[in-house]
Design a protein around this ligand. Sequence first.
Ligand code: MIG
Length: 684
Amino acid sequence: MIRKFVFGTPINTDATVLHIPAEDPQDIGEVILSGDGSELSCKLEEQDIVYGLGEQVRGINKRGWSYASNCADDPLHTEGKHSLYGAHNFLIIDGRRCFGLFIDAPGKVCFDIGYTEHEKMLITIPEPDYVLYYIAGASVTEIVREFRKLTGRSYIPPKWAFGFGQSRWSYMNEEEIRELVREYRDNGIPLDSIYLDIDYMDHYKDFTVNEEAFPDFPGFIKEMQNERIHLVPIIDAGVKQEAGYSVYEEGTAENCFCKDSDGKDFVAAVWPGKALFPDVLNPKVRVWFGNHYKELIDAGIEGFWNDMNEPAIFYSEKRLRKVFGQIEAYKGKNLDIKSFFEFKDLVGSLDNNPEDYASFYHDMDGKKVRHDRVHNLFGFNMTRAAGEAFDRLAPGKRILMFSRSSYIGMHRYGGIWTGDNRAWWSHLELSIKQMPSLNMCGFLFCGSDIGGFGDDTTPDLMMRWLEFGIFTPLMRSHSAQGTRLQELTRFGNFTQDYARIVSLRYMLMPYIYSEYMKAALKDAMYIRPLSFEYPRDERARTVEDQLLVGESIMIAPVYQQNALGRYVYLPEKMKLYRFRSECDYDIEVLQAGDHYVKADLCEVLLFVRPDKLVILSRGAKSVSQINTNQLYLMDYSENGAKYDWYDDDGVSKTYALPQNWHTVCLDEKGTVSIGNYEGMVNRI
Ligand code: MIG
């Protein structure tokens, strides 16, 4: 049951898709309200778990820290931070009572979850114009389902996007990419996509291509498609200010950019130098900006990633002038301790400055709205502009889209990646914990930069990260300019081991795809914490480093350097498959309880739950080459089991076709049958 309460005069965020009549905010269950609605609080009992907040720092249980929804371009994701790139104001409090809260507020929202006082959660909405949804339900799973009905069906990418993607900032030209593909193919590493970072553009101008590096872009896209490789270009939020550049000229002529307080175009520097921000909160501008993706789609592109859409600002013209002015005062001065730090901070205050976010405006239904009041909607609406355009330009065809910044509701238009992590073991752990929180909020298609984006990775970190990455819907290795090269062929004799691990992803693809699609079509979660499945198991409720992937698999990734195994808690007996490759694995049946499980560096731990089935392929070097006429079954069943297997053509949107659904039956005698399927299936 969902209850809705309105405070002040909220801006319509389009986060939700259901119409629910608003109630008078007198009695909101357990939630205590302060006068104007700027504070919501509730008592936390010792056993309460607080789930949610999507892309954030720290654990699955959010208790014990303070978080702020304030989309931020901050590449240092340490425990002490309060905000990352997304704003996902959805929480579930689960203890003796269980309820969900969604604060649909487009500006800053602060969540003090047992930080100031261990037994109290305090949510502060500094500008209390918002809608509060209170979701009651018998279980966390039910509350998630209700929330997802409220906010709409999750985005579904094309099937090839579940293949392995290789990225780097930046592959500079055709030849470099050809060479990369050759190396992957020669070494038998499966690959479906290569990402183009900002240098594919002409001087970082959106929707242009550097013609020296890519003299025949459509021809090159085609050549890659023939190799079964999809090129996925980046699109940045800032549009370069340059006379004669058509996107800039059109945008200014048609008033498509955000304005400053004088009504002039707001100018700030990002990658292209001085740039303007398309006012994507205005539907007219969304159509205009979205239509530009057509130029790349017409050239043959089938997927994009949207970046810098918090939006990130290196500096604004005004701030730069101000800082230069203030710097003058320090010239020739003997810097003492105080003035030294002031001086140093002055230059550091140039980028992503809150004053800049409070100095430009959007046009929403003819009203001027200051950016900071709707800050968290920018990335959402940039991605929505693209998603709405894809529906117009290529209706019926799925196009890959994921974004860096996001807000609840964006999950209808695209996935997300978790931005600029580092090549740190703690960030592998963080990404394990972020996935279920993101899934709750509807962001099913997500993943982190495998190997780590910033800093230098190591061969073993890469290996362990891949071993987790084979289970995340978006499986992409990405790294920053200037860091150690981290393509899978760069680490000598590890190449073949990486190839074997990535191949496991393709072996698991029928199951992964089926589970993803079921989660999307049924408003469920693809990756879940153990506690969602075993809510009455006190131990399972505290486990944060094991996850359920779909209905049949539990994973326990190794995320510590030099560990050759780990402790695993089993809420029920399970069958452990220790995979070294598709055809090299051992099996062990483990009883419920605690176990120390060995996992050599090149071994993946995969647990199959009792009476559940996992449907596999033989693997392949690309998604389109997976042979679904020859399937395998992994199971742990004594009395037979059933599984609903979903599969489709991977590109069209005809999800409801009856032929996409198959019932897999394993009877007591061990005989397998699959309804409405002609191929072969073998139990392994
Ligand atoms: O300020 O395009 O998160 O994935 O490689 C850096 C360059 C801009 C940030 C993205 C990252 C990307 C990088 N971008």
